[in-house]
Design a binder for this molecule. Sequence first.
Ligand SMILES: *Cc1c(COP(=O)(O)O)cnc(C)c1O
Length: 705
Amino acid sequence: MPNPKPISKRIAALAHNLQWAWNPTTRNLFESLDPQIWHATNQSPLATLRMLPESRLAAVNSAPEFASATAQAEKNLSDYLKAKTWFQRTATPAQRRMTTAYFCMEYALHESIPLYAGGLGVLAGDHLKSASDLGIPLVAVGVLWAKGYYQQRVMPSGEVRVRYPRTTFDDIPITNTRKTITLPIGSARVTARIWTAQVGRIPLVLLDTDIPANTPKNRGLTHHLYQAGSEIRIRQEILLGIGGLLALDKLGIKPTVFHLNEGHAAFCALERIRRLVKQGNPIDKATQKIRRTTVFTTHTPVPEGNDRFAPAMTWRYLKKTAEAAGFNRKEFLALGREDPADNKETFCMTVLALRLAERCNGVAELHGETARKMWQRVFNAQSHNDVPIGHVTNGVHPETWLADEARPFYAKHFKPKWNGAGPADDWWKHARKIPAAELWDFRQMLRRKLISDMRKRVREQTLANNPAAAQNQINALFDTLDENALTIGFARRFALYKRAPLVFHDTKRLAKILNSSKRPVQIIFAGKAHPADDAGHAFVAKVKKFTERPEFKGRVFLIENYDMAIGRMLTQGADLWLNTPLRPNEASGTSGMKPPLHAGLNCSILDGWWPEGFNKKNGWTIGNTHPESSRAKQDAADAESLYTLLEKGIVPAFYDRNASGIPVRWAKMMGESMASVCARFSTHRMLAEYAEKYYLPAYAASRSR
Ligand SMILES: *Cc1c(COP(=O)(O)O)cnc(C)c1O
């Protein structure tokens, strides 16, 4: 029987399950509505539908091609949702009654949904997608940021311009549940509207306080992600932790395990203790019970990433909840202090989470060790080895980062079965057997696509920042982009410890490497600093200024406004991914896990995930693991190591060609990179580890005691 709904309504319904973010068939349907609008809206299906001219809309609703493509996409989605998942196949009936509530400040699901700032959001978004694919019962909780994260422009002078456009909620695939919650935040009563988004099988609950019932101050609570200022920050964290719990109640969702993804949501555990105490449990017993069912993941050793609040302010905001849970001021503040007896110490959300979660982890093996040392005092441990913080190494969701153009290659060589896949399914291991010529063709195709996308971006951003720029000037600039040159990508947050300008340590030596006429090299940068991080913005400016210098012009580029789309573009096209953090500050880093999906190689400091990923055959390591005595010496030593690698290892491996023009050594490393990284550093492996080592034991503990 034909579906009586207009096609455009059915397309809008399809947009409301974000599975399209990793399903090219559905995305192609959206794009075919109007390719230009689709790209202009950063690939937003609902904005595209809204902006479609009347005549085009009529055509969509009457053309048989759209009817059949829509029916196909609907079938795809329903097949996806009906497939028997790994969890259904492997969990016991009792285990299938587990539901994990996952709390996070940010989610990066797609570039058209600006609810994220960086790596934490990307990881959380990929977490939900793999939980959906694997069928792990999970409900996510977050905030509907009205002005999300900023848009960045970088003037030729290096000046960074920041803009916060307001998101049109009608244009993003969320649903207003028409339910609200009200909670006290300090002396104010704040009402939040509850929205939901659907990510495959996983619901995401989002809170929004920008409604007329609230005062202007409280309406602004959900405007800006990571707004500077500790007062707004603590209020946002109360909303996420305590408001999130109320929202789950309101929707009738009863989670059995709580995963605090970063310390921001730790007040959730306090509120859960309060509830048990209110039901008549003694405080110790209530605390124990809550600890058993709470999982906490810490994501960074960098101090700015671990929120600390003044004790007086913390008590002012949390007094009511803490007292109702049975804690006096001293006892409560002690929960957030490394040394509970130190009345001067600030209140740290990471410490609170560590104390209220029985199961804690870092995000790579090395970061687990760093975190055990960092938080030893919290546990009063004799040795850092006794600190109960484990690790689950991060991953990426392969289909999210995969180029559509890569799918035929995958189909031919890997025969992947995405639907219903398990965490141990590893088709990438076959990459070692792909003939060098075919792998090289694949790589060349992806680099050419990157260069063609880059030309568009460079043209747009040059004209936007300098409307007077002559067309021939722009043409000359992007004509220098070379589709055959070794192309290095560097895209990440411009935090100081990531050291974006490190490669410019010795500009002469770098210029010589880049400008070789026989063996040219180009570097493409992208990245934003935290809005309040002046030193980070200064790094952006510094890199921008280098791109304008004669010896680097046309060899080094900075692409503005780093987001998921630019992340995909660069990680798909780059031959080499550069990573230069100051060890051991990079907890994991996930961008380097993306290039191997497209046979890219890594060149990285042995930090974050790379000590686990590097196997001597799949890339390069910069420097060594012995720290220098000062930051300046460390920079000099690491830069020296990087130049030597480029001169003696990387550039020759890329340019030494056989009689058919194939870089045989490089091709072997490409196969090794794919085979050794893609399965191990996927969120499928990561989710299975969370399920088996954290969620299911927490669930079992909740039932057995
Ligand atoms: C992958 C990705 C990140 C994470 O990168 P790191 O290596 O952890 O710095 C951040 N932002 C975007 C847009 C990404 O795609």
